[in-house]
Design a protein around this ligand. Structure first.
Ligand code: HEC
Ligand code: HEC
Length: 472
């Protein structure tokens, strides 16, 4: 076995020497401005630089099975094999990367499939191999790792000081406070109120206008519009996971769902009414007296009772147990290879679990992702506007990622219309606006979150994480 592997590897090395090393030299010696470097997109240049990093790290990548890497030559092969992906291919003027990132394969095949089949292949080696041939790689090694109980999965990449929780399937029922149990009658009353435009001054705008079941309980718009078609400045948050959000809103200005429910009724750009007037109007119609009596013991309609019913209804919207939950509970066929790879990257190299963790995939904390537009017309300083603490400037609450595939556009200002765009931005480490001369001494100029770093993910890895997000 050792002999076969070594032979295959040497053959590969020799072929590579012929095929690719010379053109690599050529690409290396070319200044950045030469057309075949400059003419490609920035991603290639980045691949190119990271490849250089690998070269300088010498044998760091070459962990082959059986400790073979220490025995001359194989280390070179390991690096050479790394070298064919992908900068050398650009140098060889092979066709540009297809959108699935799958182009390294022809040269890849030159090099030992033998090692891929070795059962003792380390996870790192296996992942490099997947990256080089995705989405058609051999995912068996990754599957073996994730078929174990979650306690045996590779530890997520989490920075010191972050108090995180392991991923978990959603409970079948959302948590609820003792003073507001969600009885079927109360939930039904909440559902009626949620759909009733008479809660707005114009009689035209219901909660459901901006939290539409068919749009993932959001409104599909960058920012919402409400009374008199005035636009707000924030993106409507899906209410499906609000039972797990504490505090609520992008800036956390409501502590509980019960406290939140009356905000939109009074918001001048949303329903532009007062909760008291809304309660009075509902009483005058007489439509609701029986339902309030059944739920609360008498027919009195108060803002607080309306809020309790609305909160109970929203807690009942918990997303259905889906394939990600089934996977977490041990049905390992529930995720396909690409989604599984995305899950692994989400947990590890992409660093997402520093903020998106637990069953709801959120830390319920506030972070500045650099989307605050400080000093510009679109400025939104988020949490700072609630607390007045400059440390909070530009921070927004980490949203749950459950159902995220359906709740676009994304981010507090709906800046992204494509999940891949979100992923590309994370890959670049998110925008880091710098203060201009006038803003230098302004304590409210938001500071970048240290948990965000450039990720150096390959295009096929970004694609895999995006596909994983769609399973949530
Ligand atoms: C005009 C559009 C509009 C209407 C009408 C509206 N909302 Fe919203 N809703 C939004 C927007 C925008 C946000 C995010 C605002 C923010 O965070 O500053 C939001 C946030 C929320 C949240 C917070 C979710 C979370 O997880 O933090 C809840 C809950 C909610 N709305 C419930 C309701 C209820 C209940 C009603 C009806 C009484 C309602 N909304 C009416 C647009 C609307
Ligand atoms: C530093 C904490 C942090 C890390 C790390 C992080 N996120 Fe986020 N995420 C947030 C916050 C905060 C927001 C909302 C920011 C805003 O709107 O300004 C967000 C928003 C999102 C959204 C948009 C959700 C929506 O409903 O609009 C997606 C998708 C997302 N994150 C995915 C990821 C992925 C994938 C990773 C890993 C590559 C990741 N996040 C890493 C904190 C983080």
């Amino acid at each position: 076995m050792k002999l076969k592997l070594a032979n295959a590897a040497w053959l590969g090395f020799a072929l590579l020497g012929l095929l690719s090393l010379e053109p690599i030299q050529r690409l290396f010696s070319a200044p950045a401005s030469t057309p075949h470097v400059q003419g490609q997109d920035a991603r290639r240049r980045q691949d190119w630089l990271s490849w250089q990093g690998v070269q300088q790290g010498s044998c760091a990548w070459g962990a082959l099975p059986n400790g073979l890497h220490r025995k001359g030559g194989i280390c070179g092969v390991a690096n050479a094999r790394r070298a064919v992906s992908p900068p050398a291919l650009y140098a060889l003027h092979l066709p540009p990367l297809r959108s699935n990132g799958h182009q390294e394969e022809p040269l890849n095949r030159l090099l030992s499939p033998t090692a891929a089949q070795a059962p003792e292949t380390s996870l790192e080696t296996c992942l490099e191999r997947i990256k080089a041939s995705a989405p058609h790689g051999d995912f068996a090694c990754l599957r073996r790792v994730y078929q174990q109980p979650i306690t045996q999965w590779p530890a997520p990449h989490i920075d010191p000081g972050v108090s995180w929780q392991e991923m978990a399937a959603l409970p079948r029922k959302a948590p609820e406070p003792d003073d507001n149990p969600g009885t079927p009658e109360k939930i039904a009353l909440g559902a009626r109120l949620f759909d009733d435009p008479r809660l707005s001054v114009s009689g035209q705008i219901a909660c459901a206008n901006c939290h539409d079941r068919q749009l993932g309980w959001a409104d599909g718009r960058s920012v919402s519009f409400g009374h008199d078609r005035q636009t707000g400045r924030r993106n409507a948050i899906s209410v499906a996971m609000s039972a797990f959000a504490e505090p609520l809103f992008w800036d956390g200005r409501a502590a509980t769902l019960e406290a939140q429910a009356l905000h939109p009724i009074a918001d001048a750009r949303e329903m532009a009414f007062t909760p008291e007037d809304a309660a009075r109007r509902l009483h005058q119609t007489g439509d609701y007296d029986a339902a309030f009596a059944q739920v609360f013991g008498d027919a009195q309609i108060t803002p607080q009772r309306m809020a309790y019913a609305l909160a109970a209804f929203q807690r009942s919207l918990l997303p259905r147990f889906n394939r990600f939950d089934r996977f977490l509970e041990g049905r390992h066929s529930a995720l396909n290879d690409q989604q599984l790879w995305g899950l692994h990257l989400f947990r590890t190299r992409a660093r997402c679990m520093n903020c998106h963790f637990g069953a709801a995939l959120t830390d319920n904390q506030f972070h500045n992702l650099g989307l605050h537009f400080h000093g510009r017309a679109r400025q939104d300083l988020g949490r700072y506007e609630v607390t007045g603490n400059p440390e909070d400037s530009g921070k927004f609450r980490t949203p749950s990622l459950r159902g995220v595939g359906k709740s676009g556009p994304w981010m507090h200002n709906g800046l992204f219309h494509d999940l891949r765009g979100v992923m590309n931005m994370y890959n670049a480490g998110m925008p880091r606006p710098r203060p201009n001369a006038r803003q230098q001494n302004d304590p409210t100029f938001p500071k970048p979150d240290p948990l965000l770093q450039p990720l150096d993910l390959h295009r096929s890895e970004i694609e895999a994480i995006t596909e994983f997000l769609r399973t949530l």
